[in-house]
Design a protein around this ligand. Structure first.
Ligand SMILES: [Zn+2]
Length: 166
């Protein structure tokens, strides 16, 4: 009986260990998930702050982050141009509200329901009007693209920073 008792004790303590380990592992997984979620949240806030700063100071004469702002402005222009090229090749029009690509024939965005602003077809009689419309459209498109680019650019930077701190 003594042997059985001892064996019983050992089995109980081993299974307790295993249970504790399983608990630790699931606790670790839970904490890791929380860390990730919190990091994402912090990155989004950084991104928002960066975006707000950019919007508020992009046209300042004396800029505190002049190099970064210049890089961002240049990237936004390149991105806008790439998007224009993409839309032309795909025969799509990009929703100025949410960025969704829609077929050129569509009148409304299927994602957010906004009315789509279409490139004005060239009309030889009203050349002046067309040019005015085109530049207005381009300006709006740039504004929309810049929002996406800002998020991408700032998000990338923030991620890198956070990673190096780990
Ligand atoms: Zn949309």
């Amino acid at each position: 009986m003594e042997l059985f008792d001892k064996l019983g004790d050992t089995i109980v303590s081993v299974s307790k260990d295993a249970t504790q380990k399983a608990k630790d592992i699931s606790e670790l997984a839970r904490i890791r998930m929380e860390i990730h979620a919190k990091q994402d949240y912090i990155n989004k806030l950084y991104q928002e702050i960066g975006k707000m700063y950019f919007e508020a100071h992009k046209d300042d004469e004396q800029q505190e982050f002049e190099d970064e702002i210049t890089l961002l402005k240049d990237s936004l222009e390149v991105l806008a141009d790439l998007n224009r090229q993409k839309n032309q090749l795909k025969g799509t029009v990009q929703c100025t509200n949410c960025g969704q690509d829609m077929p050129s024939e569509a009148d409304y965005c299927s994602k957010c329901g906004s009315k789509l602003e279409k490139p004005v077809k060239e009309d030889p009689i009203k050349v002046d009007d067309c040019e005015a419309d085109d530049s207005e459209q381009a300006a709006e498109q740039t504004a929309d693209d810049s929002e996406n680019a800002e998020q991408a650019a700032v998000g990338e930077e923030v991620t890198q920073e956070t990673d190096s701190e780990e």
